[in-house]
Design a protein around this ligand. Structure first.
Ligand SMILES: NC(=O)c1ccc[n+]([C@@H]2O[C@H](COP(=O)([O-])OP(=O)(O)OC[C@H]3O[C@@H](n4cnc5c(N)ncnc54)[C@H](OP(=O)(O)O)[C@@H]3O)[C@@H](O)[C@H]2O)c1
Length: 233
């Protein structure tokens, strides 16, 4: 049985990944901010929350975690005209979108080194390559940081059987994307996607399932784009 720690499992991409991984026969230990429904509670805005999450997940997993999926994230506006709001939005985005993922990666690498390897999947964003809106510099910066961190892990620990992958979704139909589409006029945004629609959470979840279970080891270090050809690198 493959034991998987999945953050942000309560809704959106994370809930779809929870279902896909469970259907594939994995034991999924999920997290959300408030917990409930079998998920572990951890608020990544709080310093070191990831450390407590790792410890509880390891206990629930019986001492062995095989795969870490860093999926939790927030997409909140930061207005450059508001100095205090700008600073606090950057700090919060860094804590939730990057630092907590880094803390969990640190635990995972140490654990995988002691147990013969494992896999890390970091859910970043197209914004990490392309940048984001005037209100979301911080989000793009955090996701770009996540991509660089994942490549560093892949290069540093491949010889020890530790594989690391990034996923970079474009717009994906979850609560977060619906709000965004509505705020940006929907159709205009869709016109920028050659496929003609945003991704579904299930499409991203299927990619997470593949990377977590059967993707070949030589893929380590790769970033998988899921954006309907809206940003082709
Ligand atoms: N949807 C998109 O268009 C899109 C595009 C590119 C990348 N992504 C990335 O894909 C990932 C999932 O996105 P999504 O759209 O599925 O998100 P979502 O529906 O908004 O769900 C976010 C998840 O993160 C958790 N979370 C939020 N704040 C947290 C905090 N302070 N501490 C711990 N957990 C927290 C939420 O838990 P609660 O339910 O408890 O709040 C929830 O499980 C994110 O990393 C996002 O940046 C999404």
């Amino acid at each position: 049985m493959t034991n998987i720690l999945l953050t942000g499992a309560s809704r959106g991409i994370g809930a779809a990944a929870h279902a896909a991984l469970t259907a594939a026969g994995c034991k999924v230990i999920g997290q959300s901010t408030a917990g409930g429904n079998g998920l572990i509670a951890a608020d990544f805005a709080q310093p070191r929350a990831a450390d407590a999450l790792w410890a509880e997940a390891l206990e629930r997993a019986g001492g062995r975690i095989d795969v870490l999926v860093n999926n939790a994230g927030v997409f909140e506006a930061a207005d450059i005209a508001d100095a205090d709001g700008f600073a606090s939005a950057w700090a919060r985005s860094h804590a939730i979108n990057l630092q907590s993922a880094a803390d969990l990666c640190r635990h995972a690498v140490l654990h995988f080194q002691a147990h013969g390897g494992g896999r890390i999947i970091n859910v970043a964003s197209r914004a990490g390559h392309r940048g984001d809106s005037p209100l979301h510099w911080h989000y793009a910066a955090a996701k770009g940081g996540m991509l660089a961190m994942t490549k560093s892990i892949a290069r540093a620990y491949a010889a020890q059987g530790i594989l690391a992958f990034s996923i970079t979704p474009g717009f994906t139909m979850t609560g977060m994307a619906e709000d965004y589409l509505a705020s940006r006029g929907g159709d205009k945004l869709l016109a920028d996607i050659p496929l003609g629609r945003v991704a579904s959470a299930e499409e991203v979840a299927e990619t997470i399932r593949w990377l977590a279970t059967t993707a070949p080891a030589s893929l380590t270090g790769a970033t998988i784009d899921i954006n309907g050809a809206s940003y082709v690198r």
